[in-house]
Design a protein around this ligand. Structure first.
Ligand SMILES: C[S@@+](CC[C@H](N)C(=O)[O-])C[C@H]1O[C@@H](n2cnc3c(N)ncnc32)[C@H](O)[C@@H]1O
Ligand code: SF4
Length: 352
């Protein structure tokens, strides 16, 4: 059996400058070689086209790095190559990650007319002092302007925020959520600041909020935001979930395009893991794939699909004896609110 549907993730590994906290695969570059980048990406798309034939593409996610730095002609060539190679579905969700001050209204309109229908804006904070501390090169006002422009054009919009900064307290996080509520967003992501070793923050001796304070912040976000949580870090109205991420969390196949991009290919009844370089991929067992699906699915409100492989990988007796933490509904297994707070412990116990 060959899968007829794959989502596509395209990695854009360039940024204007590196932020103090970020370990994502990207480098600061004022003038990337976009022609080479375009050629490499299109070669990869065609490589997968030859392997998978004209499969359906329901979503494309341009992530980074900073995809909004891409010249319009780069984006246009990539989308055209995808259309020539695969069957890009007419209502496909096409998301572009963006950084304020890397894209103006005209360029945003061009992207929209070429097919982008969802913009994810990296705002991170609404406080200019915190933005400077994080190493961001824009102000809160710059970010709000980009949100406005995207809304006026008719794009679906999401915004990323980071909480749990050194010395930040729960009241400040609550205050941020109240400000976010006033923005009228239908989707936002709230990420707890992670200190990554090979970053400027990793080399500083930062005084981070303790685990108990972080847990209070997490609960306060859930209680204060006017958007329901649908994944550990994601909040949205019912019809504004990120379809691309939801498909991936639900265990659907996806092609990773671009250096360092992860992917899970389903071909002739087997799963393959891409190894960051498109010519390298290796078979993974159904059991490994089911475990990945449990890990990502259990982070979502709707939970993990109970496929035959998932059923084989879980300890159903443990699950049935902990209804206060995990429950089975509509052929899905999900955490309760209480369970979500100790998800890692639950995963250790429920996976065989
Ligand atoms: C690829 S970036 C988004 C697009 C764009 N490059 C930007 O920064 O505006 C993805 C998101 O991951 C989050 N992120 C990155 N590193 C993080 C860290 N160490 N801790 C918490 N969140 C982080 C940020 O919120 C960021 O917006
Ligand atoms: S957070 Fe975004 S802009 Fe900052 S370094 Fe990471 S990918 Fe680049």
């Amino acid at each position: 059996m060959t899968s007829t549907t794959h989502n596509i993730y395209i990695h854009v590994p360039f940024c204007m400058s590196k932020c103090n906290y970020c370990a994502f695969f990207s480098r600061a570059c004022s003038a990337p070689d976009w022609d080479k980048y375009t050629k490499d990406i299109c070669n990869e798309i065609e490589f997968w086209g030859k392997k998978l034939n004209k499969i359906d593409i329901p979503t494309i996610f341009f992530g980074g790095g900073t995809p909004s730095l891409m010249p319009v002609r780069t984006f246009e060539t990539i989308i055209q190559t995808i259309k020539n190679t695969f069957n890009l579905l007419p209502n496909a969700e096409i998301t572009l990650e963006s950084n304020p001050k890397t894209i103006n209204k005209e360029k945003l309109k061009d992207f929209y007319h070429l097919g982008v229908n969802r913009l994810s804006v990296g705002i991170q904070s609404l406080d200019d002092n915190k933005l400077a501390f994080l190493g961001r090169k824009h102000t809160a006002q710059d970010a709000l302007q980009l949100l406005d422009e995207a809304n006026n054009i008719g794009l679906r919009v999401s915004a990323d925020f980071i909480y749990g900064l050194p010395n930040e307290n729960v009241d400040e996080v609550i205050n941020t959520c109240k400000q976010v509520n006033k923005l009228g967003l239908q989707h936002c992501s709230m990420y707890e600041l992670t200190i990554e070793p090979d970053t400027p923050f990793g080399k500083m001796n930062l005084q981070m909020p303790d685990n108990e304070t972080m847990a209070k912040m997490y609960n306060a976000i859930g209680d204060t935001l006017n958007l329901p949580r649908y994944e550990v870090s994601n909040y949205a109205t019912e019809n504004q979930h990120c379809i691309h991420n939801e498909n991936i969390w639900d265990g659907e196949p996806y092609i990773g395009i671009g250096l360092g991009a992860a992917g899970r290919i389903y071909h002739n009844g087997s799963w393959y893991e891409q190894l960051g370089d498109y010519k390298k991929f290796e078979k993974i067992s159904n059991c490994v794939r089911a475990t990945e699906m449990i890990i990502t699915g259990m982070r979502t409100k709707r939970g993990c699909r109970l496929t035959d492989d998932v059923k084989k990988a879980i300890d159903i007796n443990w699950i049935n004896s902990h209804p206060e933490l995990v429950q089975v509904h509509n052929n899905r297994i999900c955490t309760t609110d209480k369970g979500l707070l100790i998800l890692d412990d639950i995963l250790v116990n429920m996976v065989k």
